[in-house]
Design a protein around this ligand. Structure first.
Ligand code: SAH
Ligand code: SF4
Ligand code: F3S
Length: 468
């Protein structure tokens, strides 16, 4: 990188929309700016640079950017001085369009593959150029993004995201991700391990590996062998301070035997799997180009449960995809009943320009989508309540994450990602405790600590000292 001037201490406000990968990316942008004198601020009013890290997945998400840019433009018109950048998936998809529509209100627009070049882009924008950077650069951004300072990682908490895979080659006919994140790429084993070591050394106890198709991850290890996600999780499990590993999001077709075996053999790999199916109807799955049938999906779940009988399932559903009939929708309701989800996310189909779904005939009226969404949500909520009740009476390992709302209360997560409330001293934060579950509410469960499941690690204690 050339031409990066020294900067005075400045403040950056990053507003994050969309998925967990954007949350991770926002932190990495902050990390890229830190050596150039930028401190993160939580107050937009305070910032010298405002970055909107955007999401393009549905129309509503995408349109938010333009209303936010309008608001920021107003502040600038009132005399506030700050630079405005648009990052993320809307930037990637509509770079030139944003620069045109928000003329004079945006200084730089840059896609997810350019985050390592942010300091240089800011310098260019500082010289009065409107920067639009949406090419996919040849270099690997991860090779160039600096690691966070240890105290920054400590302050970010006990659980962390770590992107291991990015992009998608699946081209589901409703989805913009293959266009906004590009082709599937996997980070090499040693690069992932190095980042994980930094996180764990700073007290991180739970890692969630991220990817648009995280289970398609395959990387070269130090011996030049290609290994799969199961092996990567085995290598991560060797980090002594790390208690839990999760990964998201997975495509049903990429649930390999290797990964299923990892669920059987690796106790740090949590028994909770987000495996979107989108629809229960074969006709709709085909129109969505999901590349698997309803029966394939159910068979995969059967195999997963054979490897890990207590696996809790999570999913994504779209209602009102073009051509979806009442009978198709009934199939979605029936697959929800059949699988019994511990959690699920539901969406009304949103037409995305440039995707095959956008030009399909038989678009479903909004009112029908709304009705179907309400019916599906009701069924899913009932299922989640049932799942909560099903763990009452069991003793679960709970990662204690934070103080609860009331004094003397603690908040944590079960292996199945349920929020757990219990009484206990704050010194237990960061440890995994055995908790007997005594009751279930709609969105959380309650329990009492019965025995310590493990002692706290030296690195955790050290990081708490650094925090204090
Ligand atoms: N990579 C993940 C999902 C990425 S997007 C996967 O393959 O499952 C997250 C979810 O948003 C999707 O699972 C889908 O349910 C939803 N989604 C994507 N495009 C959508 C659209 N055009 N309209 C409504 N929901 C959509
Ligand atoms: Fe989108 Fe399908 Fe790729 Fe998931 S698998 S990111 S839904 S195209
Ligand atoms: Fe949105 Fe991009 Fe994530 S479109 S869901 S921010 S990958």
């Amino acid at each position: 990188m050339t031409d990066v001037p020294e900067l005075r201490p400045k403040r950056v406000f990053i507003k994050t929309y969309g998925c967990q990968m954007n949350v991770y990316d926002s932190d990495r942008m902050a990390d890229a700016l830190a050596p150039h004198g930028y401190e993160p601020t939580l107050a937009m009013d305070d910032a010298d640079l405002v970055v909107l890290n955007t999401c393009h997945i549905r129309e509503k998400a995408s349109e938010k950017v333009f209303s936010e840019l309008g608001r920021l433009g107003q502040l600038r018109a009132e005399g506030r001085h700050f630079m405005i950048g648009v990052a993320g998936c809307v930037a990637q998809a509509e770079g030139e369009e944003i620069a045109r529509r928000a003329k004079g209100r945006v200084d730089l627009v840059f896609g997810p593959q350019s985050y390592h070049r942010l300091p240089e882009l800011i310098a260019r924008a500082g010289r009065g150029e409107v920067v639009v950077e949406t090419e996919f650069p040849e270099e690997d951004k991860f090779e160039h993004l600096p690691a966070a300072r240890r105290e920054v990682t400590v302050a970010r908490g006990l659980t962390a995201f770590l992107t291991v895979q990015e992009g998608c080659d699946k081209f589901c006919s409703f989805c913009v991700v293959p266009y906004t994140r590009g082709a599937e790429t996997s980070r090499p084993v040693e690069q992932v391990l190095a980042e994980a070591r930094n996180l764990v050394d700073a007290g991180v106890r739970e890692l969630t590996l991220l990817g648009q198709n995280v289970n398609a991850w395959h990387g070269l290890d130090s011996k030049g062998r290609t290994v799969g996600l199961g092996e990567l999780c085995a290598r991560l499990a060797e980090l002594p301070g790390l208690a839990r590993i999760r990964y998201t999001t997975s495509h049903p077709s990429d649930m390999t035997d290797e990964l299923l075996e990892a669920h059987r053999d690796n106790p740090k790999l949590m028994p909770y799997l987000h495996l979107p199916v989108q629809s229960g109807s074969d006709a709709i799955l085909k129109a969505m180009n999901r590349r698997h049938s309803r029966a394939d999906y159910l068979r995969i779940i059967e195999r997963i449960k054979a490897a890990r009988p207590d696996m809790a399932m999570s999913g994504d559903f779209i209602v009102g995809f073009p051509g979806e009939t009442d009978a198709d929708f009934a199939e979605t309701l029936s697959i929800v009943r059949e699988v019994g989800y511990a959690s699920a996310y539901t969406f009304k189909y949103s037409v995305r320009p440039g995707t095959p779904g956008a030009t399909m005939s038989d678009q479903v009226p909004e009112a029908v989508k709304a009705e179907r969404l309400a019916e599906l949500n009701e069924l899913i909520s009932a299922g989640i309540r049932d799942f909560g009740r099903s763990v009452v009476g069991r003793t679960l390992d709970v990662l204690i994450e934070k103080p609860g709302r009331q004094p003397g209360q603690l908040g944590g997560r079960s292996p199945y990602l349920q929020a757990v409330h219990m009484a206990g001293p704050e010194r237990l934060i960061g440890s995994v405790q055995q908790v007997e579950i005594v009751s279930a509410r709609n969105n959380s469960i309650e329990g009492k600590i019965v025995t310590p499941a493990e002692p706290r690690t030296a690195s955790f204690i050290e990081s708490q000292v650094a925090l204090a």
